[in-house]
Design a protein around this ligand. Structure first.
Ligand SMILES: [Mn+2]
Length: 427
């Protein structure tokens, strides 16, 4: 997929940050000795604003706040909670957080409830030794949660993890939220850095590193591997840097001094499984193209193959005359006897906001929570099937159930794709 035209977007993007440059001094003795790399920030852009300067001030402010948050939580044990199906951006940033936190004697465990279903994620975790653990709701029951004094959300805001409600229920306070998705909840945390204008959370974390919260050292194996993981996260959230903006490139440039290109290549070489190929095949067979939207329902999938859906969307958006792909299916979790409709959106259309599109198409559940959302060029949704879960031994029933969900999702999508049509109208 190519997004060559996306460069035209850069100058029109909203800039975050305080326009007044501020200098923040580090008051902690240990860290004051760490050499701080701050770029001078005088990049001039055509409209007369100083991009680097504005961002620099926000980065300094946030890095300083995070430093103070770590100081206030010294010697704690924290849980880093990722989305149920964490991607390279989430995984790498959690690792960076863990390494930064270590310097303040804070011990972190990185957990997710779902699965690592993308072959590249499995390769990333195996090849770098990335310390993430799978904690299902089941395993959570056997854990002593009282040893944790706080939890942290990275590359998510708690709306895509099954673990968050459980952890909140036992009263563990939220310490930090660091993300680049659009604002999804009003969770109050000690530290909050959500920047939807940034293309990857890995960029935000690299900025913390550059500020001096952790000095990367090429002779430390773990640092090299973490830098490689961050580079992978940054690349994968920016469509191999094609949608990257100045600050993402700056972050990539910094990481380039530490990462292992061969290791990254090994991660990217991971092959697709046969089951993923089968789902892509189904999406090709079932797709309907209307008004440059390609929509494909792929039927039932095993829980561990969930990531085949975004991969199929990545693929079908590459078709000529298609700017937006939507792929969805029913994911069945055998352990929990639960079913959920999972969908992914990919778009190359600059004026289409995936977050708005998905919220508009599917609306909210009874508690006011949206079924999905997104960021630049990508989005996703999850619709729990509740009472209708299971019973698929009866294949006629399973088929009927799929057809109902398939039609309902198509109706909701086509209403936005063809605004004049009324798909409910019967002939
Ligand atoms: Mn991300």
């Amino acid at each position: 997929m190519h997004f060559n035209s996306s460069v035209t977007q850069i100058s029109s993007l909203p800039l975050t940050g305080d326009p007044t440059p501020n200098d923040f001094e580090i008051d902690n003795k240990d860290l004051a000795e760490v050499p701080l790399t701050r770029h001078s920030g005088t990049t001039f852009v055509g409209d007369g604003s100083f991009v680097g300067l504005r961002n620099n001030s926000l980065v300094n402010q946030k890095s300083e706040e995070l430093h103070n948050t770590f100081l206030a939580h010294k010697q704690e044990r924290q849980l880093i909670i990722l989305q149920d199906f964490p991607d390279p951006d989430a995984l790498s940033c959690a690792w960076a957080y863990q390494l930064i936190a270590q310097q303040y004697d804070i011990k972190c465990d990185i957990v997710y409830a779902g699965a690592l279903s993308h072959q590249e994620n499995i390769a990333l975790v195996k090849l770098t030794g990335l310390p993430a653990q799978r904690w299902t709701i089941q395993t959570l029951k056997s854990k002593d949660l009282s040893s944790y004094q706080g939890f942290v959300l990275i590359d998510n805001q708690g709306t895509t993890s099954q673990l968050v409600p459980v952890v909140q229920e036992v009263g563990i306070p939220i310490v930090a939220v660091i993300d680049h998705h659009s604002l999804q909840s009003d969770m109050k945390s000690d530290f909050f850095d959500v920047r939807p204008s940034v293309r990857a959370t890995a960029t935000i974390f690299t900025q913390y590193l550059q500020y001096g919260l952790l000095t990367l050292d090429s002779s430390i194996n773990q640092h090299v591997k973490c830098a490689t993981a961050l580079m992978h996260g940054l690349r994968s959230d920016t469509n191999r840097l094609m949608q990257a903006q100045e600050e993402d490139f700056m972050a990539a440039a910094y990481l380039s001094k530490f990462y292992d290109a061969q290791l990254l290549n090994a991660i990217l070489q991971a092959n697709r499984s046969k089951r993923v190929m089968d789902v892509i095949e189904r999406s090709l067979k079932n797709r309907i193209v209307q008004n440059n939207f390609s929509i494909a329902g792929v039927g039932y999938l095993r829980y561990d193959d969930r990531d085949a859906i975004p991969q199929a969307a990545d693929f079908i958006v590459t078709e000529e005359n298609v700017h937006t792909a939507l792929v969805y299916g029913i994911v069945h979790d055998e352990d929990e006897e639960l079913e959920v409709v999972i969908g992914s959106l990919r778009t190359t259309k600059l004026t289409l906001d995936p977050d708005e599109f998905i919220k508009e198409a599917f609306g909210q559940d009874s508690s006011g929570r949206f079924f999905g959302g997104g960021r630049t060029s990508a989005g996703g949704f999850e619709i729990p099937m509740g009472f209708l879960s299971g019973g698929n031994e009866n294949s006629a029933y399973a088929k009927m159930k799929w057809e109902v969900f398939d039609s309902q999702i198509k109706q909701k999508l086509l209403r936005l794709v063809n605004p004049k049509d009324n798909p409910i109208q019967s002939e």
